[in-house]
Design a protein around this ligand. Structure first.
Ligand code: NOJ
Length: 783
């Protein structure tokens, strides 16, 4: 097929030098045997779209490629004559943003801690139906590996799942599949290597916004790109994502939204992506460069597409076949998701929640459609299943106490729900943004409105009242209140301290500590508490806890992430043991900033015309960096406690072939051998027994070490995980299918995936550093 593609290039575009012809320019043709031609569910849609494109005028085609601000964050033009409406595009990954009567879900970074495939897919399915209910055609989400989480300082990691590419890949696949099962089109973002926000060196503007910003160029080698940053996007393609958003950053010097290599060669050819690439807001920098570079739609506004695109196509600078390709790509997922025959109309208008609003001369009605169903119940479940118990002296679950003290603004209601503006931006002080009550989600495009917040103080008070427990509280952090905080702590048998880290798009982190001097609050409560202290962390990233974690009265610590609107209820489920904690950290918590590579984020403009981030750590990010450099973390990737204990036994790895049955869009990735890259070749199995005193779930984790010949590989890689709920004394068996890709490396010279020959070591346990069982498997075949 490779050669067919190469040949059709030359035939179709004789007037361009071959080096300038992007491969997406290939017009689908009768003898084109693309990845959808073997019965994929998109095949019919692909054919229908091709037929419809032929009917359109050039103006109509351009209309479809350009989205402007409307009732939604962006609305593309339609072709009413052919029954094609404009599409509605709206954020974001934690639920429909900018509208009401929706659910504010736990963020992806939080939900990843559940290590629960079914839970993640069901979360996604429910989010998908909320978007559908509002009439949103394309969700600007999920965030699938851009950022992946290269640096703990990146301010948007909480919008994505985890820095581990295997966990991120599997969750990305399930999230796209779950969301699109509602008929919604997902947009996997931000493609690719978007690991930090722009560097800004201007003064803050009147509204506290940044000025003098320049996009960073991510400089990465081919192997790191293929093995670390690309796999999650490959999985979204396999799952059938209809759209992909190109990101703000440059890639090896060229803007992501006009990067022929990243968009045409890798995404569209190598991954076989048949949907459309849309630009992040303001990430388009050219007309011809973007069109030939592989970007199919501009959002929001008509800066480089619209009239300019039309002019360029008329002039012949952009071949009409490329315009056809853009429209074909936009319409294929629209037909595939059946939005042409069965989809609600847009019934809201973004930004304000009033009943109607005029946008571009049209009055849009806000029908306030309630799309929540019983999602609050499920959001609570996701939040509880994603709360990681980091430390426990036995103080949890709460029992036998009569007086509890609650401390910190983070336990309180936000003083207003939208008073910080639609982005939840709350400017406190000149350079720092804080949230004004309990932190349930981060700010910027990953945020979703909540219609209510079940604040921790509300849920704790209700639960305690049912049990005859007295609750005192001082919901303050400021040292000015330390007198009353100390006094209440002195009378409390359990002191619950709430601390947080609020992260906002556009503001990478300057340190790895808590907001509002949370460390001081913890230490003050610890000093004064009559009994033991339980610390609750609401944070969207890694926190250094060394100042206080080993203090004698710190009895328990919970990492609750950004749990969404059901925060307090989910927390109460864990505190009182109605839900036994089973979540695991989807990232590593180091002991010191020095544990991570230095200069992990670029902070300076540099000497050239843009700042450069050298991804010199290669494959070794997060736990792989700690493993490679033998650094002992405070809490390792995969770590999390339970109220019960588990034992592993009977570990086996057997050869078992199973053909891939999940793929929606087949990728064109090249590989050695006969078996498909996503076919299962081995299955590992292990027994788990609940040896403790209460029922609970454990996450069995499988890690793999490549043969010694693979010198560039970090010491181990997650290659399987399975969550099993077990009654007291019960034993269960879990299986981990190991696909060909999971045991392959990217051969840079041959430009293909290959299974290295030699001894593979597999280990299983319940964290990346607690792996009691081991097996060596000799692999001598390329399959
Ligand atoms: C910029 C963000 O990077 C992107 O994720 C979001 O979808 C758009 N803004 C629209 O809010």
């Amino acid at each position: 097929m490779w050669s067919i593609i190469q040949n059709s290039f030359l035939l179709l575009s004789p007037f361009l030098p071959t080096s300038l012809i992007p491969s997406s320019q290939i017009t689908p043709h009768e003898d084109y045997h693309g990845p959808l031609t073997d019965g994929g569910v998109w095949y019919e849609a692909y054919e229908r779209a091709r037929g419809v494109v032929k009917e359109m005028t050039m103006e109509e085609k351009v209309n479809l490629t350009t989205a402007i601000t409307g009732p939604c964050q962006a609305n593309s033009g339609g072709v009413p004559r052919l029954g094609i409406p404009g599409l509605c595009f709206n954020d974001g990954p934690s639920g429909p943003r900018y509208t009401d009567f929706v659910t504010q879900w736990p963020s992806a970074f939080t939900a990843a801690a559940s290590f629960d495939r079914d839970l993640i897919e069901e979360r996604a399915r429910r989010i998908g139906y909320e978007f559908r209910g509002k009439g949103i055609n394309v969700e600007l989400g999920p965030v699938t590996g851009g950022p992946l989480g290269r640096s703990p300082y990146a301010g948007r990691n909480w919008e994505a799942f985890t820095p581990d590419p295997y966990l991120s890949s599997t969750l990305s696949f399930l999230t796209v599949r779950g969301m699109q099962s509602s008929g919604l089109i997902t947009c996997a973002k931000h493609y690719i290597l978007y690991e930090q926000d722009p560097v800004c060196d201007g003064p803050l503007d009147d509204e506290g916004g940044r000025t003098g910003c320049r996009d960073v160029s991510s400089e990465v080698d081919d192997k790191t790109m293929k093995e670390l940053y690309l796999p999650s996007f490959a999985e979204t393609v396999r799952a059938g994502t209809g759209a992909v958003m190109c990101s703000y950053n440059k890639i090896n010097g060229t803007a992501a939204c006009e990067n022929d290599d990243a968009l045409n060669r890798i995404l569209k050819d190598e991954l076989g992506f048949k949907g459309f690439v849309l630009s992040d807001f303001g990430a388009t920098h050219s007309t011809v460069g973007s069109a030939l570079g592989g970007m199919d739609m501009e959002l929001p506004g008509e800066y480089y597409y619209g009239q300019r695109l039309l002019k360029a196509v008329k002039k012949g600078t952009i071949p009409e076949s490329r315009l056809d390709d853009m429209v074909h790509r936009i319409l294929t997922p629209w037909y595939a998701s059946k939005q042409d025959s069965d989809y609600p109309k847009v019934n809201y208008q973004k930004y304000d929640l009033s009943d109607s609003k005029e946008v571009n001369g049209h009055v849009f009605k806000n029908e306030h459609v309630d799309v929540r169903g019983d999602n609050a119940m499920y959001a609570r479940k996701v939040a509880a299943e994603s709360t990681v118990l980091l430390k426990n002296s036995g103080v949890l679950p709460i029992k036998g106490v009569r007086r509890i003290g609650v401390f910190g603004t983070d336990a309180d209601y936000p003083s207003t729900l939208s008073g910080c503006g639609p982005d939840l931006f709350c400017l406190v002080g000149s350079r720092r943004r804080y949230w004004n009550g309990t932190v349930t989600i981060g700010g910027g495009s990953g945020a979703a409105y909540a219609d209510y917040i079940a604040a921790p103080i509300e849920a704790i008070s209700l639960k305690a009242r049912q049990q005859g427990i007295r609750v005192d509280h001082v919901l303050q952090d400021d040292p000015a209140h330390f007198g009353s905080i100390g006094w209440v702590a002195y009378q409390s048998e359990i002191c619950l301290v709430f601390v947080s880290l609020f992260l906002v798009e556009g503001w990478d982190r300057e340190h790895l500590r808590l907001d509002k001097r949370g460390e001081e609050l913890i230490k003050h409560v610890e000093k004064n508490c009559a009994g033991e202290v339980v610390v609750v962390l609401h944070a969207g990233g890694q926190i250094i806890v060394e100042d206080w974690i080993d203090l004698p009265k710190i009895g328990a610590v919970l990492f609750a992430g950004y749990p969404g609107q059901e925060t307090g209820n989910a927390l109460v489920d864990i505190l009182w043991g109605d839900v036994n904690p089973s979540a695991k950290l989807p990232f590593t918590m180091g002991k010191s900033p020095k544990d991570w590579p230095r200069d992990n984020l670029v902070r300076e403009m540099g000497k050239g015309s843009y700042p450069i981030a050298e991804f010199s750590e290669g494959l070794a990010i997060d736990y792989k960096w700690f493993d490679k450099h033998d650094i002992t973390p405070r809490y390792e990737f995969g770590y999390g406690l339970s109220y019960t204990n588990f034992e592993f036994s009977g570990f086996e790895v057997e050869e078992r072939y199973e053909k891939d049955r999940d793929t929606v869009q087949k990728t064109n990735e090249r590989y050695e051998g006969q078996r498909g890259l996503y076919d299962t070749l081995y299955v590992a199995k292990v027994n788990i027994t609940n040896t403790g005193k209460v029922p609970g779930a454990e996450v069995a984790q499988l890690y793999m070490t490549f043969p010694k010949s693979e010198v560039e590989q970090p010491p181990k890689h997650l290659r399987g995980y399975a969550k099993e709920y077990l009654e007291v004394g019960q034993m269960g068996t879990v299986e981990f299918p190991i696909r060909k890709k999971d045991i392959s490396v990217w051969d840079v010279k041959k430009q293909l995936w290959k299974v290295p020959h030699g001894n593979f070591i597999f280990r299983v346990g319940n964290s990346s550093r607690e792996l009691p069982l081991k097996m060596t498997v000799e692999i001598g075949s390329s399959f």
